[in-house]
Design a protein around this ligand. Structure first.
Ligand SMILES: NC(=O)c1ccc[n+]([C@@H]2O[C@H](COP(=O)([O-])OP(=O)(O)OC[C@H]3O[C@@H](n4cnc5c(N)ncnc54)[C@H](OP(=O)(O)O)[C@@H]3O)[C@@H](O)[C@H]2O)c1
Length: 265
């Protein structure tokens, strides 16, 4: 698919400095798109921008913004002015791994803003403009953790379920209005965020860890043709067993047990 022809020239990636977000930047740059890259850390964003500008002769701008700030959308609006955004990737997220009550209410609110409120606000703002132009695309990164209760990943899993349902619902609302929406449901992916969480050995039910490139390639391939994609055949198989074969109680128990073992909880 020619992304520029279908959606327009400019993509915004929220959470672009490393991992899956940086991988989206590589692929969209290779497709010739101009990029707006957002994350908190200026240095890795700047390095990535320089690399992509030199390699692909595209326009790349960077905005440093904490997407957990209550006024994150306003900061982004100020920094990009009225620039048209044709493809939005909301990738940034954080998780707390551990017993639910051990995390502070304040941190829960921060994670909720980062994982749910800011993507909601951004999809509302940029999606409305795309609908006026009758073209555009939105990709929300979500996770297999959001398919069922996932003990010790409780808030993260709940926020990821929110994003999947948001994307799938908008896929239906907007599919005949020129705007494609997809929820990209990844399983374990070898990113700095995942590797820094120090996952250990876990149960028997664990699919292969994917690379960020694999996740992004599959997601872009499915954009426009379906409301959500589970990346990786191992993840699809595991999800099939968990959602369609096992009783829900057992699926939830397996998720909780696996997380507990992986993180020695
Ligand atoms: N990796 C996995 O195993 C996995 C599995 C399933 C789903 N996912 C989903 O895939 C997405 C990306 O995961 P990842 O592993 O690539 O994450 P990561 O390696 O931790 O990278 C996250 C990106 O988001 C940015 N970010 C984090 N907090 C931010 C904040 N408060 N404000 C602005 N930017 C922020 C980070 O940049 P700065 O630190 O510079 O701000 C970074 O660029 C997430 O939505 C995650 O839920 C990942």
């Amino acid at each position: 698919m020619d992304l520029i022809q279908k959606y327009g020239r400019t993509a915004l990636i929220a959470g672009a400095s490393e991992g899956i977000g940086a991988s989206f930047a590589y692929y969209l740059a290779a497709a010739g798109m101009d990029l707006v890259l957002i994350a908190r850390r200026v240095q890795p964003l700047g390095q990535l921008a320089e690399l992509l500008k030199n390699e692909h002769k595209i326009n790349v701008t960077c905005t440093s913004c904490d997407l957990a700030d209550p006024d994150a959308l306003r900061q982004i609006q100020e920094s990009i002015n009225d620039r048209e955004i044709n493809l939005l990737v909301y990738n940034a997220a954080q998780s707390y791994i551990g017993p639910f009550t051990m995390n502070s209410a304040e941190d829960n609110s921060r994670i909720t803003r980062l994982n749910m409120i800011t993507p909601l606000n951004m999809v509302h703002y940029f999606g409305e403009k795309m609908l006026v132009k009758k073209r555009g695309a939105v990709i929300l990164m979500t996770s297999l953790a959001g398919f069922q209760g996932s003990g010790f990943l409780t808030l993260y899993a709940a926020t990821k379920a929110f994003n999947r349902i948001l994307a799938e619902s908008l896929w239906y609302e907007w599919k005949d209005r020129g705007v494609d929406v997809i929820a990209c449901c990844a399983g374990a992916t070898a990113t700095p965020g995942y590797l820094n969480s120090n996952p250990g050995r876990s149960g028997f039910f664990v699919p292969r860890v994917q690379s960020p490139e694999e996740v992004v390639k599959e997601c872009l391939r499915k954009l426009g043709s379906q409301p959500s994609v589970i990346t990786g055949s191992g993840n699809r198989f595991a999800s099939f067993i968990m959602q369609k074969i096992l009783p829900r109680k057992l699926a939830i128990t397996i998720m909780g047990d696996t997380t507990r073992k992986m993180y020695g909880l």
